[in-house]
Structure formats: C-alpha cells, structure tokens
Design a protein around this ligand. Structure first.
Ligand SMILES: [Zn+2]
Length: 165
C-alpha cells in the first residue's frame, strides 16, 4: 500500500489496535491491518465493517462485569440509535438523569444499569439469557474493570467494505 502523503511504500502488519475512535479508551481490536510510512510517519488503520463492529463492541460492553461508566452509557445509547430523551423515555426517567450519567456527575445505580443492558438486548435483538444472565447473580460493584478485546476471529467475520482512518 502506498502512502497518501508521500507515495512511498508503507509497511503493513496485523496488530492489536486501541480503538479510541469508539469514544471508549479501553477497546482493543486484535489483528487489525495497520500500515505505516517510514518516510513521513503517516499511519493507516483498516477498520472492518464499522456498523457491525460497533454492534460487537456494544455486545462486549453489556457483558462487562463492572458497572457501566459514563462513556459506555453514551456508547450504548448511540449504538441503539437513541437520543438522550429517547433513552430517558425508555427507562421512565428524566433526561437530566441520563445527562448526569453521561457527564459522570452521577454514577448509574445497579438496577438502572441492568435495565439499560436489558433494553439494549431488546433493541438489538440479542438474547439477554446469553449476554447478561450472569449479571443477575452478582453485584456489579464487586467486579474489576477489564479491557474490551474484540478478537481477531470476530473481526474477520465482518464483511467488507472496510474504511481507512
Ligand atoms: Zn509517507
């Protein structure tokens, strides 16, 4: 692959990519094609089918063992195609509560956390039994935060076209 900036040949490898474009700082994509230009430092990252990838990340988030944080709540809301108001209506809460969760001014309660995950399962048509049933048995508060790793075989299942960022 040629560099967009200087047209030199780039070095391409498959690497684990920290996908900060997701808005979440601990999402890692395994085996992503990354090309670098030794001449000018330009970098090109091949992200597979973004819409499907976003759903994969959403599913990884609802399986998180610890309480959802502000960026994860925002991510799930957007991934469901909800405005803040729409999510507030779905949860029978006021919009200000959603805003406070998303700004980090208020920590989501465990019951609202599980409700949000259940709504996500409903909207996305995924099985709550498969995805979050495990969460019914334990407290989110006792769990450590772990990174979201999207494995290479899951990424390979995503079809083209890919975009380059
Ligand atoms: Zn270059």
């Amino acid at each position: 692959m040629k560099c967009f900036q200087c047209n030199a040949e780039m070095n391409c490898n498959r690497e684990t990519y920290r996908y900060q474009e997701s808005g979440i700082d601990n999402v890692f994509l395994e085996g992503v094609g990354i090309c670098r230009c030794d001449l000018c430092g330009e970098e090109a990252v091949k992200i597979p089918a973004v819409v499907e990838l976003n759903d994969l990340i959403g599913k990884a988030i609802i399986q998180k063992r610890a309480l959802l944080n502000k960026s994860e709540i925002k991510y799930l809301r957007k991934n469901m195609g909800f405005t803040g108001k729409a999510l507030a209506d779905a949860m029978h809460l006021d919009n200000a509560t959603i805003s406070r969760w998303q700004s980090g001014k208020q920590i989501i309660s465990e019951s609202h956390d599980i409700l949000l995950r259940l709504i996500y399962c409903g909207i996305k048509g995924v099985s709550a039994k498969d995805q979050i049933e495990e969460h019914f048995k334990h407290s989110f508060l006792d769990c450590e935060v772990e990174p979201f790793v999207i494995p290479n075989d899951e990424l390979d299942k995503l079809r083209e076209p890919s975009v380059t960022i």
